[in-house]
Write a protein that binds this ligand. Structure first.
Ligand code: TRP
Ligand code: SF4
Length: 334
């Protein structure tokens, strides 16, 4: 039996370098391994938990995000790529799980309080937001996923899922679901233009959708090591956001050279950035071409999502048969 990998992203629209060389790079790497079946989906219902006011943007953002997935090399032949809201079984499982989820567990999930603090009461005082981890659990266990490639920020949600699986299996007296494990993969640190973590919400990101000129302009104003106030001041490349990008886009030997030259004030930040722009734009060029091609062929992208969602539905339907059977023909519950 093949093991199953599953992951999802909320539809944020165009992806930036942090998304691409973090999560997506791992998804693409995983597609080399034939011992797994893989599902990747757009969590569009999750986007509604805090963003109902902008719900009309979700279809466009879904499409643009998936275009970036495909352009970056996620292969629809090797992975089932789908949209959460096109597989209604997620909603049924979410509903059933909600009947056995203690509210206290949800209030204790760390992101619950964090998000309320960050986004304010107006966006987070709905029942669906409280239930975010239940929907996420449904997304995962409906495919009986073994591994879930996610970032550290999602580990608490995975732990919640595991707890809920144990609780459900115990209540129905059958091992319907398996406990998924997070697949934590090393991701490079990528800083935004202002030296904070690269993030759409900080407005400090470089996007695949940026032109070469835009990319150049952005890097020109990017924060560098503050030790290098003048060109003659030595710096520490490892602490500079520009160098963190060199680590992705520049050959190893040249990286070493830059690090050394930076520490001896033998290279200026302007020159260092010029090299980065060249390497970065070169690396992104074929990916940007893919992107432009897909942008002109949105029907194909939509069809990929429809086909993927149909495939996902088949598996989800099978699981739901088992779930209904476990709940409604169970002598312990009935
Ligand atoms: N919560 C995830 C995030 O914000 C998105 C998500 C929803 C997800 N359902 C999932 C990720 C299931 C992995 C598996 O990034
Ligand atoms: Fe950063 Fe390069 Fe300037 Fe060093 S030379 S501080 S690595 S931009």
């Amino acid at each position: 039996m093949k093991k199953t990998i599953l992951s999802g992203m909320r539809p944020t629209g165009e992806l930036h370098l942090g998304n691409l060389y973090g999560a997506l790079k791992n998804w693409v790497k995983l597609q080399q391994d034939d011992s797994y079946e893989r599902f990747y989906f757009v969590a569009d219902w999750h986007a509604l938990t805090t963003g109902f006011d902008a719900s009309e943007e979700i279809p466009q953002k879904t499409l643009n995000m998936v275009i970036d997935w495909l352009a970056f090399g996620l292969d629809e032949e090797k992975n089932t790529i789908f949209v959460q809201s096109l597989v209604k079984e997620h909603a049924e499982l979410f509903l059933l799980l909600s009947m056995i989820t203690p509210v206290g567990w949800l209030e204790r999930v760390p992101s619950y309080k964090d998000q309320i603090a960050q986004l304010g009461k107006a966006k987070t005082s709905n029942y669906g937001f409280l239930g975010y981890p239940v929907l996420m659990a449904a997304d995962i266990i409906i495919y009986k996923a073994h591994l879930v490639p996610v970032g550290l920020d999602q580990v608490a949600h995975l732990e919640f899922t595991r707890e809920l699986v144990r609780h459900f299996n115990h209540l129905v007296g059958r091992d319907v679901f398996i406990e998924p494990q997070p697949l934590l993969t090393e991701v490079p640190k990528i800083l935004g233009l202002d030296g904070r973590k690269m993030s759409k919400s900080y407005d400090n990101a470089i996007y695949l959708s940026d032109s070469e000129e835009e990319t150049q302009k952005k890097i020109r104003v990017m924060f560098t090591d503050p030790r290098r106030k003048r060109k003659t001041d030595p710096g520490v490349a490892e602490e500079c956001g520009v160098f963190m990008l060199h680590k992705i886009f520049t050959p190893k030997d040249k990286q070493e050279e830059i690090k050394d030259a930076c520490s001896k004030a033998q290279i200026g930040c302007v020159e260092c950035k010029r090299l980065l722009v060249k390497n970065l734009n070169e690396a992104l060029s074929p990916i940007r071409e893919n992107r432009n091609r897909l942008l002109n062929d949105k029907d194909t992208v939509k069809q990929i999502l429809i086909d993927g969602s149909k495939k996902a539905s088949q598996k989800a339907k099978e699981t739901m048969e088992e779930v209904r059977d476990a709940i409604f023909s169970n002598s312990r519950l009935g």
